[in-house]
Design a protein around this ligand. Sequence first.
Ligand SMILES: [Zn+2]
Length: 300
Amino acid sequence: MPHINNQELARPSLYIPLGIVLAALVLVAVFLMKIPNFIRNGTYSLLREGLKEKAVWTTRDMETITGQHFIVRYTNGNQKDAELVLATAEQFYGPIAAKYGFSSSRKIPVIVYPSRAELNRNFGWPANESAMGVYWAGVIRVLSPTVWVPDQDPLSFQETFKKSGPMAHEFTHLVVDYVTAGNYTRWFTEGMAQYEEYKLTGFEFDEPTASLDQPLYSLSQMDRDFDNLPNQPLAYRQSYLAVRYIAEEYGEGALKSILINLARGKNMELALQSVLGMEMQQFEAKYQKWGMEKEKLHQL
Ligand SMILES: [Zn+2]
């Protein structure tokens, strides 16, 4: 049976619009005008908030429930799923927000789609995409748990959604995006999202094709072309292990320090250098060696 948390494997296109539109605007501005970091951050945040408000407006006719930190939109008749989505999001908010210094004065929009087709249509995906959740431009979109959670018993239904669902993962993407004002690399945010998922739910990748006993991708390859790498499970697992290596060898505080450096406008290489005291090349060799040794000892 395929693992029900394979949603990330089928999540190619959501970063592309944001990457192209926002990053291109910001990069052009940075290169042409050498704008100070606070203006770059402000511009990015303004664009993202604009896109977020647009999503909130266009879903205004959907049913709505609100919690302390989230506002959940859902379709008529789907309230039970919406309540579970909201409760799960609220449960993960505290630990992730506190760890990485995130706070939000506005409620975070979550849109619950009743079918894969509806979710996919929002991103122009082909109908067979199997994503369970996406984060893009300040909004978390998820597939209704009823569509994919197999359990009949209400308690195990909730447990399965909490443990195998996309909430911790997508919320971490949001936190990384907000804390750094969009200044992060793809492997880093995928690694962070999977690391928090692992810490909060125990979920880890379990794909035989993601074994480290094969030629590995470089971090720069993953930054440039993540979605087109042929072995997606490997790209996701390498991202996860790079972040877990930092957390386990340098402490979770190092992850927060990297976020702070990114927020100040350093690129990933300089942020790693400041926090870990090594060049990207050395970091790459070290995390791979660490991962391969752990894998051999069955500690991953
Ligand atoms: Zn992800």
